[in-house]
Write a new protein. Structure first.
Length: 299
């Protein structure tokens, strides 16, 4: 009976065809087009000059691009701590028996994730505002007026300052992922750990973290991909400034293509961004799985 109800391969393909067509049109065609245009010197007009790998050779010498790449890497490191790390702590907090109104806390923590990145950037621009921002107002209240300054004009900690809104927006999403992973842990294992004296920090470190590692790995990879393609927050808050201090790869590619009208070089930047992001994700996946495998052998 199961075999009779099983659809044929052609029927399955027919069901998948609309989704595949949309995916190809939205994702695959632009990628292939960008790859093709990356071999040309093109300013947007009807004429394109084939220059081979010159655009990619220029990227290797482009200090602004590699500075933007480094900013993405720093943002990713901040994100792993401020999004995945804090989300795990919040998930442990929400699973505690002492916490009341857990549904309310989950809803509130997830609410920023429902807002558009531009709205998040606008809110945090107001928070950082020199004249009426909440940050400087707090410093006035606690008597630290000497620390008051125009925060988004600081070139030193600017990457950290623009990473905070991104963490604030996404931490609720990762908290829900962590809650789902922790909820799958066998309750009997936790009860046995408590009987053996593993409570509080010890239970979290020696029991819950090892058992929740698949969720931590997935969350970490999602966080890496999200931060490596960051664009909206930076564009709305600083525009890459001051100077190029907070510029990221996607923003630099956007400015190159649509403000400087170097579409060929911008296409090469887009392909390089995709390649570097995939490379970092593959390296991270290999390291995480290798570490997980090594720990499994030890146990």
């Amino acid at each position: 009976m199961g075999k009779a109800l099983r659809p044929s391969g052609w029927l399955v393909l027919l069901y998948l065809l609309p989704g595949l067509a949309i995916y190809s049109f939205v994702v695959l065609v632009p990628i292939l087009s960008a790859f093709r245009y990356s071999f040309f010197s093109w300013t947007g007009g009807p004429k394109k000059s084939y220059i081979g790998l010159d655009n990619y050779a220029e990227i290797l010498r482009d200090e602004v691009f590699w500075h933007a790449f480094w900013n993405n890497v720093i943002m990713t490191a901040y994100g792993l701590v401020g999004q995945v790390g804090l989300a795990f702590i919040f998930a442990l907090f929400l699973m505690s028996k002492a916490v009341k109104w857990k549904g309310f806390h989950r809803t509130i923590s997830f609410f920023p994730s429902t807002l558009a990145p531009i709205i998040i950037a606008f809110l945090w621009t107001l928070i950082y505002n020199y004249n009426y921002g909440l940050f400087n107002e707090f410093l006035r209240i606690v008597g630290l007026e000497r620390w008051i300054q125009s925060w988004l004009d600081l070139s030193g900690p600017i990457v950290l300052l623009v990473s905070i809104p991104l963490s604030w927006q996404n931490i609720g999403f990762y908290t829900l992922l962590m809650l789902a992973g922790l909820a799958a842990i066998n309750k009997e294992v936790l009860e046995v750990a408590e009987l053996d004296g593993a409570t509080g920090f010890r239970k979290a470190w020696y029991v819950m973290i090892p058992l929740a590692k698949p969720t931590l790995i997935v969350s970490s990879l999602l966080c890496i991909a999200n931060n490596m393609r960051g664009f909206e927050h930076i564009y709305a808050m600083t525009g890459g400034g001051p100077g190029n201090a907070s510029s990221v790869m996607a923003l630099y590619a956007y400015e190159t293509s649509f403000l400087r009208f170097r579409y060929g070089y911008g296409s090469a930047l887009a392909i390089m961004i995709m390649a570097l992001t995939l490379l970092i994700i593959l390296i991270s996946t290999a390291l995480l799985q290798r570490r997980r495998g090594a720990e499994g052998v030890e146990h």
